[in-house]
Design a binder for this molecule. Structure first.
Ligand code: UD1
Ligand code: UDP
Length: 328
């Protein structure tokens, strides 16, 4: 039986990073038969199933259904679930993309069973310990035997923590491989028509980081600024489930709905990518969206104090606004 590779995914930004690697592995060795484990950290069809379909990922071999919870609760359930799968299948390598709770759980389960881990998107650092992802990144990198970095700054960050040599590989950005593969199909779908806006004539917004949306005052200030900006050009705002909940609790949904901000549930990959490619401007606190806009040449303004993706500022189209919604 050939040595199998196991991929652990679970949240929206994992799917587009893993898909090109899974496909390349299959192309290189049709017998490779990789195992795809979906933790179920994200579970709504628009946060999960749509990506499996649109990115042509196989149906996961295992779906753990860990769901939402506190960090400890969610990470622990994923840890227990992934361990069971690894005990059963004994893969030769576990690949974990990104920096979400499922990433850390997959890496920790594997390494304790003596299975080497490859971290896809290794070496990113925001140097902001209030970001939950920063702990997931650091810990996953220090657990991994193979570090797949997408930029020189990531390689440098690893070196500064004593991780270097043959285990570190500067391989490029697989999230951008997905963008390049799908952007023409995404544009052809004309997703802007559904919002009654024109290519190049609207702003695209995504906000979901707890530092912003879990703070009612910052969220109120951001909504006020968006409503004001939408007086100049229309905004399309596909709202992350965390943010849907926070807007409702803070009583802010109505003012957005009464404005020229077009709200929608989270969009599928192709719909979002098409809108991103033709936006006049993107306003976000997402990690991946900073990179995608850089690759697409679309101006991006990021509502965060720090970015773990400095290349998007040095070489790209990204501007950090800080966690200061009034700067919108
Ligand atoms: C997670 C990641 C974050 C990533 C984001 C991408 C961690 C620590 N955070 O944040 O790095 O940027 O995903 O989108 O791993 N919910 C639903 N349906 C779903 C999923 C979530 O309604 O399918 C709601 C639940 O109320 C849940 C909340 O969203 O409590 C937050 O979900 P969770 O996965 O805990 O964190 P995210 O904010 O999505
Ligand atoms: N994305 C999407 N639909 C949306 C919003 C984002 O398909 O409504 C995609 C986006 O193109 C990128 C990824 O989701 O590929 C980014 O994920 P997210 O912002 O949730 O997480 P982060 O990158 O901040 O960890």
């Amino acid at each position: 039986m050939p040595s199998r590779v196991c991929f652990v995914v679970g949240a929206r930004p994992n799917f587009m990073k893993a898909a090109p690697v899974l496909r390349a592995l299959r192309a290189a060795d049709p017998e490779s038969d990789p195992i795809l484990v979906h933790t179920g950290q994200h579970y709504d069809p628009e946060m999960s199933g749509v990506f499996l379909r649109q990115l042509d990922l196989p149906t996961p071999d295992v779906f753990l259904g860990v769901g939402s919870g506190t960090h400890a609760d969610q990470t622990a359930r994923a840890l227990v679930g992934v361990e069971q799968v690894l005990l059963e299948h004994a893969p030769a390598l576990v690949v974990v993309p990104g920096d979400v709770n499922s990433t850390l759980a997959g890496a920790l389960a594997a390494v304790k069973l003596g299975i080497p881990v490859a971290h896809l998107e290794a070496g990113l650092r925001s140097f902001d310990p209030t970001m939950p992802e920063e702990h997931n990144r650091r810990l996953t990198d220090h657990l991994s035997a193979v570090l797949l970095a997408h930029s020189q700054s990531a390689v440098d960050n690893l070196a500064a923590e004593g991780i270097g040599g043959a285990s570190v590989h500067l391989v490029g950005n697989t999230m951008i491989d997905s963008v390049l593969e799908h952007v023409e199909a995404a544009r052809a779908g004309r997703p802007w028509d559904a919002f009654g806006v024109e290519p190049g004539g609207y702003g695209l917004v995504t906000l979901h980081r707890p530092a912003l949306v879990d703070d009612p005052e910052l969220l109120r200030a951001a909504v006020g600024a968006l409503v004001e900006l939408a007086g100049t050009f229309p905004l399309v705002f596909p709202v992350h489930p965390r943010t849907i909940e926070r807007l409702a609790v803070a009583g802010l949904t109505d003012s957005l709905e009464r404005s020229n901000v077009h709200l929608s549930p989270p969009l599928g990959y192709l719909e979002f990518l098409g809108l991103e490619a033709e936006a006049l401007v993107v306003l976000t606190d997402s990690g991946g969206v900073q990179e995608e806009t850089t690759a697409l040449g679309v101006p991006c303004f990021t509502l965060r104090d720090a970015t773990e993706r400095p290349v998007t500022i040095e070489l790209g189209t990204n501007t950090l606004l800080g966690l200061e919604p009034e700067r919108i």
